[in-house]
Design a binder for this molecule. Structure first.
Ligand SMILES: Cc1ncc(COP(=O)(O)O)c(C=O)c1O
Length: 379
């Protein structure tokens, strides 16, 4: 990095905060004045506004995305003795939610082009104990759910979407998170719609499931001190709802900025791609991508991805890897039936993928620097 040049971070949340700061401060002052920290007005308002924005009938705010997926799984009846099929390339939270619901995760491979769950492998993994399948809408685009939905319906398997990385994405005009009966999403600060701490939501078209989720997330209770079912404490904070309302108003514009930045990378990196030095990310047919992450491949035959990552870091570029160790190879999730070699696409990706800085507010000059440093590292 030359003198006077600042780092290009993987994600820059400061730019987003500057856009909403006044609105957030006003909203916080109102909450502080009213002292309605739990279940305040902003929570119900955000739930309705998010439901309207996505065109999904019910949104129930919860404490984080991991809880959202666990509660969604429990709401469709997943419990001890059940199996849940999910892709091996996801953030570990998807598998954690399955285990916390009492079930066994069955991790399957992804397709090599879009990194999304391979529906054929997922369907082949539906055994007699399969109770649910979790397509993960990874990196900002929806998983191909059509065949899965049909096969799951035939096999009595519930489809629970992990929509943590896909706020605002659509597939064939329908919202990610509204493609199946229920979904969990995360508003972790770096997500396309991010809070100022942990937050999440369950999305569903079913009034009955929404009601069950509300019960589970609030100590199994609708009325104070009346506990109909065993639940736990997973509520969306009022202060986080204030932030989410302010950011939701800008989400479509920020997603458009992400798409423009992805297009710019495609153009800047076209020569490297044509020369076979990198493989650029692709959008699956029918998808409108919201580019939560811009993930390309550095083929092992071209260079050692970790060397490239180190060279970028030394040049002041904050690249990342999503994810360096597939879930089935994490010590916490070791399963003798699914060792090394069981998900070859995901295993190869873990060694070859690289995420470039991308966020609303990234400048053309920053992207040009990223592209130039990547080209230099690959020389
Ligand atoms: C794909 C995926 N699933 C689940 C989660 C869990 O969300 P949270 O961190 O809000 O618990 C995340 C993000 O962190 C994620 O990226």
């Amino acid at each position: 990095m030359s003198l006077g040049q600042s780092r290009v971070p993987l994600v820059d949340l400061g730019w987003q905060h500057a856009e909403v700061a006044d609105e957030v401060e006003r909203g916080f002052s109102e909450v502080l004045a009213a002292t309605d920290f739990i279940g305040g007005k902003a929570v119900a308002a955000f739930e309705q506004e998010y439901a309207d924005a996505l065109d999904i009938p019910f949104v129930v705010g919860v404490a984080n995305g991991t809880d959202a997926i666990e509660i969604a799984l429990r709401a469709v009846g997943v419990g001890p003795g059940d199996e849940v099929v999910l892709p091996a390339n996801t953030f570990v939270a998807t598998a954690e939610a399955v285990v916390r619901a009492g079930a066994r995760p069955v991790l399957v491979d992804a397709d090599p082009v879009h990194h999304l769950i391979d529906p054929e492998r997922a369907m082949a993994a539906f055994g007699p104990r399969a109770k649910a399948v979790v397509p993960v809408h990874l990196y900002g685009q929806a998983a191909p759910v059509e065949k899965l939905l049909a096969a799951a319906a035939g096999a009595g398997v519930a489809v629970v979407e992990d929509a943590a990385q896909s706020q605002g994405a659509t597939r064939n005009g329908r919202p990610a998170g509204g493609l199946a009966e229920i979904a969990g999403t995360s508003f972790y600060p770096g997500k396309n719609l991010g809070a100022y701490g942990d937050a999440g939501a369950v999305l569903t078209g079913s009034a009955e499931l929404a009601q069950r989720v509300r019960l589970l997330a609030n100590h199994g209770s609708q009325r104070k001190y009346a506990h109909e079912t065993f639940g736990f404490n997973s509520r969306l904070d009022t202060l986080q709802a204030v932030v989410l309302r302010a950011k939701l108003r800008r989400l479509a514009g920020w997603n458009a900025a992400r798409r423009a930045a992805a297009e710019r990378y495609h153009a800047l990196l076209a020569d490297l791609a044509d020369a076979g030095r990198v493989v650029l990310p692709a959008t699956a047919p029918g998808n409108e991508h919201v580019w939560h992450l811009y993930v390309l491949w550095v083929p092992a035959a071209v260079a050692d991805r970790d060397d490239i990552l180190r060279a970028l870091d030394a040049a002041g570029i904050g690249a990342g890897i999503h994810y360096p160790v597939p879930v089935h190879l994490q010590p916490a999730f070791r399963d003798p039936a699914r060792g090394p070699g069981s998900c070859p696409v995901v295993e190869r990706a873990a060694a070859e993928i690289l995420s470039l800085p991308l966020f609303p507010g990234i400048t053309g000059a920053q992207q040009e620097r990223v592209a130039a440093e990547l080209a230099r590292a690959l020389r």
